[in-house]
Design a protein around this ligand. Structure first.
Ligand code: SF4
Ligand code: FES
Length: 247
Protein backbone atom coordinates (compact mmCIF):
# COMPACT_ATOMS: atom_id res chain seq x y z
CA UNK A 1 0.00 0.00 0.00
CA UNK A 2 0.96 3.64 -0.51
CA UNK A 3 0.89 6.01 2.45
CA UNK A 4 1.34 9.71 3.07
CA UNK A 5 3.28 10.21 6.27
CA UNK A 6 3.40 13.48 8.17
CA UNK A 7 6.21 13.10 10.68
CA UNK A 8 7.42 15.45 13.41
CA UNK A 9 11.08 16.34 12.84
CA UNK A 10 13.00 18.21 15.53
CA UNK A 11 16.79 18.49 15.72
CA UNK A 12 16.97 18.79 19.49
CA UNK A 13 15.24 20.08 22.60
CA UNK A 14 15.73 23.72 21.59
CA UNK A 15 14.69 23.34 17.96
CA UNK A 16 11.16 24.53 17.16
CA UNK A 17 10.37 21.39 15.14
CA UNK A 18 7.98 20.93 12.21
CA UNK A 19 5.84 18.36 10.43
CA UNK A 20 7.52 16.95 7.31
CA UNK A 21 5.69 15.08 4.50
CA UNK A 22 6.97 11.72 3.25
CA UNK A 23 5.46 9.34 0.73
CA UNK A 24 6.09 5.63 1.07
CA UNK A 25 5.12 2.81 -1.30
CA UNK A 26 5.14 -0.98 -0.99
CA UNK A 27 4.08 -1.16 2.65
CA UNK A 28 2.84 -4.67 3.46
CA UNK A 29 -0.24 -4.99 5.68
CA UNK A 30 1.61 -7.59 7.77
CA UNK A 31 4.39 -5.14 8.66
CA UNK A 32 4.44 -3.67 12.12
CA UNK A 33 4.26 0.11 12.41
CA UNK A 34 7.95 0.22 13.38
CA UNK A 35 8.90 -1.97 10.42
CA UNK A 36 7.14 0.58 8.20
CA UNK A 37 9.29 3.31 9.79
CA UNK A 38 12.39 1.11 9.30
CA UNK A 39 11.50 0.91 5.61
CA UNK A 40 11.11 4.68 5.40
CA UNK A 41 14.48 5.17 7.11
CA UNK A 42 16.21 2.77 4.69
CA UNK A 43 14.82 4.84 1.82
CA UNK A 44 15.92 8.12 3.46
CA UNK A 45 19.44 6.77 4.07
CA UNK A 46 19.67 5.57 0.44
CA UNK A 47 18.80 9.12 -0.66
CA UNK A 48 21.43 10.61 1.67
CA UNK A 49 18.79 12.10 3.99
CA UNK A 50 18.76 11.86 7.76
CA UNK A 51 16.63 8.99 9.08
CA UNK A 52 13.78 9.68 11.50
CA UNK A 53 14.81 9.08 15.13
CA UNK A 54 12.33 6.95 17.08
CA UNK A 55 12.54 4.85 20.23
CA UNK A 56 12.19 1.08 20.38
CA UNK A 57 13.78 -1.92 22.05
CA UNK A 58 11.92 -5.21 22.57
CA UNK A 59 9.33 -4.81 19.80
CA UNK A 60 7.26 -7.29 21.83
CA UNK A 61 5.08 -4.93 23.87
CA UNK A 62 7.20 -5.38 26.99
CA UNK A 63 9.78 -2.62 27.38
CA UNK A 64 7.61 0.49 26.93
CA UNK A 65 10.17 2.24 24.72
CA UNK A 66 8.08 2.68 21.56
CA UNK A 67 6.08 5.79 22.28
CA UNK A 68 4.43 7.46 19.32
CA UNK A 69 1.36 9.60 18.89
CA UNK A 70 -0.29 8.21 15.76
CA UNK A 71 -3.20 10.11 14.22
CA UNK A 72 -3.74 11.85 17.53
CA UNK A 73 -3.77 8.70 19.69
CA UNK A 74 -1.05 7.38 21.95
CA UNK A 75 0.18 4.08 20.44
CA UNK A 76 -2.24 4.53 17.53
CA UNK A 77 -5.77 3.33 16.79
CA UNK A 78 -5.68 -0.14 18.39
CA UNK A 79 -6.65 -0.70 22.03
CA UNK A 80 -4.35 -2.58 24.46
CA UNK A 81 -1.58 -2.41 21.87
CA UNK A 82 1.84 -0.79 21.93
CA UNK A 83 3.18 0.95 18.81
CA UNK A 84 5.52 -1.97 18.14
CA UNK A 85 2.60 -4.40 18.16
CA UNK A 86 0.45 -2.22 15.90
CA UNK A 87 0.22 -3.61 12.37
CA UNK A 88 -0.22 -1.80 9.09
CA UNK A 89 -3.41 -3.78 8.39
CA UNK A 90 -5.07 -1.19 10.62
CA UNK A 91 -4.51 1.35 7.83
CA UNK A 92 -5.76 1.58 4.24
CA UNK A 93 -4.01 2.23 0.95
CA UNK A 94 -3.73 6.00 0.43
CA UNK A 95 -4.11 6.87 4.11
CA UNK A 96 -2.42 9.91 5.59
CA UNK A 97 -0.81 9.13 8.94
CA UNK A 98 0.31 11.80 11.42
CA UNK A 99 3.23 10.64 13.60
CA UNK A 100 4.32 12.74 16.58
CA UNK A 101 6.26 12.32 19.83
CA UNK A 102 4.63 12.30 23.28
CA UNK A 103 3.73 15.88 24.21
CA UNK A 104 4.28 16.80 27.87
CA UNK A 105 6.55 19.32 29.57
CA UNK A 106 8.00 16.54 31.72
CA UNK A 107 8.93 14.60 28.54
CA UNK A 108 11.19 16.99 26.55
CA UNK A 109 11.86 15.99 22.94
CA UNK A 110 15.43 14.72 22.46
CA UNK A 111 15.19 14.34 18.68
CA UNK A 112 12.32 13.84 16.22
CA UNK A 113 10.03 11.24 17.86
CA UNK A 114 12.29 10.44 20.82
CA UNK A 115 11.42 12.00 24.17
CA UNK A 116 13.21 11.92 27.51
CA UNK A 117 11.05 9.81 29.85
CA UNK A 118 13.62 9.64 32.65
CA UNK A 119 11.17 11.57 34.87
CA UNK A 120 9.30 8.27 35.24
CA UNK A 121 12.54 6.54 36.28
CA UNK A 122 13.12 9.15 38.98
CA UNK A 123 9.60 8.62 40.36
CA UNK A 124 10.27 4.88 40.43
CA UNK A 125 13.58 5.42 42.21
CA UNK A 126 11.76 7.46 44.88
CA UNK A 127 9.87 4.40 46.16
CA UNK A 128 8.84 1.87 43.54
CA UNK A 129 10.72 -1.01 45.14
CA UNK A 130 10.83 -3.26 48.19
CA UNK A 131 13.94 -3.24 50.36
CA UNK A 132 15.16 -6.79 50.91
CA UNK A 133 16.23 -7.92 54.37
CA UNK A 134 19.30 -10.06 53.87
CA UNK A 135 20.02 -10.56 57.56
CA UNK A 136 19.45 -14.31 57.42
CA UNK A 137 16.14 -14.00 59.27
CA UNK A 138 14.21 -13.28 56.07
CA UNK A 139 10.87 -15.05 55.73
CA UNK A 140 10.53 -16.92 52.45
CA UNK A 141 8.02 -14.90 50.42
CA UNK A 142 6.35 -18.10 49.25
CA UNK A 143 5.48 -18.99 52.88
CA UNK A 144 3.18 -15.97 53.21
CA UNK A 145 -0.37 -16.84 52.09
CA UNK A 146 -1.89 -14.13 49.87
CA UNK A 147 -5.55 -14.16 48.76
CA UNK A 148 -5.85 -14.99 45.07
CA UNK A 149 -7.76 -11.74 44.35
CA UNK A 150 -5.01 -9.64 45.95
CA UNK A 151 -2.29 -11.51 44.05
CA UNK A 152 -4.19 -11.04 40.78
CA UNK A 153 -4.75 -7.31 41.42
CA UNK A 154 -1.08 -6.83 42.28
CA UNK A 155 -0.07 -8.68 39.14
CA UNK A 156 -2.42 -6.61 36.97
CA UNK A 157 -0.90 -3.39 38.34
CA UNK A 158 2.59 -4.76 37.80
CA UNK A 159 1.98 -5.10 34.07
CA UNK A 160 2.55 -1.34 33.62
CA UNK A 161 5.50 -1.01 31.22
CA UNK A 162 6.25 2.65 31.97
CA UNK A 163 5.61 3.78 28.41
CA UNK A 164 4.13 7.15 29.39
CA UNK A 165 1.09 6.94 27.10
CA UNK A 166 -1.10 7.85 30.08
CA UNK A 167 0.83 11.11 30.52
CA UNK A 168 0.82 11.91 26.80
CA UNK A 169 -2.92 11.31 26.58
CA UNK A 170 -3.92 13.25 29.68
CA UNK A 171 -4.98 16.86 29.17
CA UNK A 172 -3.19 17.63 32.47
CA UNK A 173 -0.08 15.55 31.59
CA UNK A 174 -0.76 13.64 34.78
CA UNK A 175 1.39 10.65 35.65
CA UNK A 176 -1.09 9.35 38.21
CA UNK A 177 -2.03 6.18 36.33
CA UNK A 178 1.67 5.23 36.13
CA UNK A 179 2.35 6.11 39.78
CA UNK A 180 -0.83 4.37 40.92
CA UNK A 181 0.19 1.17 39.15
CA UNK A 182 3.61 1.25 40.77
CA UNK A 183 2.11 1.88 44.24
CA UNK A 184 -0.80 -0.56 43.86
CA UNK A 185 1.39 -3.46 42.78
CA UNK A 186 2.85 -3.46 46.30
CA UNK A 187 -0.13 -2.15 48.30
CA UNK A 188 -1.99 -5.45 48.54
CA UNK A 189 1.03 -7.64 49.23
CA UNK A 190 2.34 -8.08 52.78
CA UNK A 191 5.87 -7.50 51.51
CA UNK A 192 4.78 -4.08 50.28
CA UNK A 193 3.19 -2.91 53.53
CA UNK A 194 6.47 -2.35 55.41
CA UNK A 195 7.47 0.72 53.37
CA UNK A 196 3.95 1.62 52.13
CA UNK A 197 3.65 5.05 53.81
CA UNK A 198 7.10 6.23 52.70
CA UNK A 199 6.64 4.78 49.23
CA UNK A 200 3.43 6.61 48.38
CA UNK A 201 4.53 9.93 49.87
CA UNK A 202 7.95 9.86 48.22
CA UNK A 203 6.63 8.83 44.82
CA UNK A 204 3.92 11.51 44.84
CA UNK A 205 6.49 14.14 45.91
CA UNK A 206 8.74 13.05 43.04
CA UNK A 207 5.81 13.13 40.61
CA UNK A 208 4.97 16.70 41.63
CA UNK A 209 8.62 17.78 41.48
CA UNK A 210 8.89 16.52 37.88
CA UNK A 211 6.04 18.83 36.85
CA UNK A 212 3.34 16.28 36.03
CA UNK A 213 -0.24 17.49 36.43
CA UNK A 214 -2.99 16.11 38.63
CA UNK A 215 -5.77 13.67 37.81
CA UNK A 216 -9.20 15.15 37.08
CA UNK A 217 -10.91 11.79 36.42
CA UNK A 218 -11.27 12.13 32.65
CA UNK A 219 -10.15 8.53 32.13
CA UNK A 220 -8.33 9.04 28.81
CA UNK A 221 -5.24 7.39 30.33
CA UNK A 222 -7.11 4.15 30.97
CA UNK A 223 -8.46 4.11 27.40
CA UNK A 224 -5.04 4.58 25.79
CA UNK A 225 -2.98 2.47 28.21
CA UNK A 226 -1.61 -0.47 26.20
CA UNK A 227 -1.66 -2.68 29.29
CA UNK A 228 -5.19 -1.92 30.46
CA UNK A 229 -4.11 -0.41 33.78
CA UNK A 230 -7.37 0.44 35.53
CA UNK A 231 -8.35 3.79 37.04
CA UNK A 232 -9.15 1.77 40.17
CA UNK A 233 -5.44 1.94 40.87
CA UNK A 234 -5.71 5.73 41.20
CA UNK A 235 -8.33 5.18 43.92
CA UNK A 236 -5.85 2.83 45.63
CA UNK A 237 -3.12 5.48 45.29
CA UNK A 238 -5.34 8.13 46.89
CA UNK A 239 -6.31 5.75 49.70
CA UNK A 240 -2.67 4.87 50.34
CA UNK A 241 -1.76 8.57 50.40
CA UNK A 242 -4.51 9.35 52.91
CA UNK A 243 -3.51 6.37 55.07
CA UNK A 244 0.10 7.58 55.03
CA UNK A 245 -0.98 10.94 56.50
CA UNK A 246 -2.28 9.14 59.60
CA UNK A 247 1.03 7.38 60.29
S1 SF4 B 1 -0.08 3.05 33.16
FE1 SF4 B 1 -0.27 2.23 31.05
S2 SF4 B 1 0.06 4.03 29.74
FE2 SF4 B 1 0.85 4.57 31.77
S3 SF4 B 1 3.02 4.04 31.74
FE3 SF4 B 1 1.93 2.25 32.55
S4 SF4 B 1 1.55 0.95 30.76
FE4 SF4 B 1 2.06 3.00 29.95
S1 FES C 1 9.50 -1.67 21.62
FE1 FES C 1 9.23 -2.55 23.62
S2 FES C 1 7.14 -2.19 24.06
FE2 FES C 1 7.34 -1.50 22.01
Amino acid sequence: MKLNLKIWRQNGPNDKGRMVDYKIDGVDSDMSFLEMLDMLNEQLIAKGEEPVAFDHDCREGICGMCSLYINGEAHGPDRLTTTCQLHMRKFKDGDTIYIEPWRANAFPVIKDLVVDRSALDRIQQAGGYISVNTSGRTVDANNIPIPKKDADDAFDAATCIGCGACVATCKNSSAMLFVSAKVAQFAKLPQGRVEAADRVQNMIAAMDAEGFGSCTNTGACEVECPKGISLTNIAILNKEFLLAQTK
